[in-house]
Design a protein around this ligand. Structure first.
Ligand code: AMP
Length: 143
């Protein structure tokens, strides 16, 4: 299964935020949208960074609640690892495991077209495995 197939089913909606927004507002957005990460976009909607709930927990522990007044741009991770829609679920599972993160923005020709989370990957893999198992059962029953 490819990233494109996952996006066709879940849609290409990506929650984005500007780097100048206050961290407190990013926290509200994460809670409202029930998501674990927001893609930070700069001029021309290019990916400028990613802000995950883990970043927020880390800065709160290091700097205390005053950090909520700071701008997202000073807290986000800048070197964002992305994937393309032609890649397979196996490719992106390997990348997430190697880098130890749970979100991969999907970028085509510098344009953000979606985001895949570890939750999306696990859901699709479970569906695939169930499909294979059902096919095997049917084969055995009719053989
Ligand atoms: P996560 O496990 O995705 O919540 O993120 C754990 C850490 O990795 C946080 O510091 C994130 O900012 C960072 N991170 C998450 N996704 C990516 C990504 N695609 N590229 C680079 N860093 C990321």
């Amino acid at each position: 299964m490819t990233v494109k197939a996952i996006l066709l089913r879940k849609g290409g909606d990506v929650v984005t935020i500007a780097p100048t927004v206050q961290l407190a507002d990013a926290v509200k957005l994460l809670a409202e949208r029930r998501i674990g990460a927001i893609v930070v976009t700069g001029p021309a909607d290019r990916v400028a960074g990613i802000l995950s709930e883990r970043d927020i927990v880390r800065v709160l522990a290091e700097r205390g609640p005053a950090v909520l007044d700071e701008q997202v741009g000073s807290i986000m991770t800048r070197n964002v690892v992305t994937c393309t829609s032609a890649e397979t679920v196996t490719d992106i599972m390997e990348r997430m495991t190697a880098h130890r993160f749970r979100h991969l923005p999907v970028v085509e020709q510098n344009t953000l077209i979606g985001i895949i989370s570890i939750g999306d990957v696990v859901k699709r893999r479970v569906e695939e495995i169930e499909g294979e198992s059902n096919a095997l059962r049917e084969y055995i029953a009719t053989a």
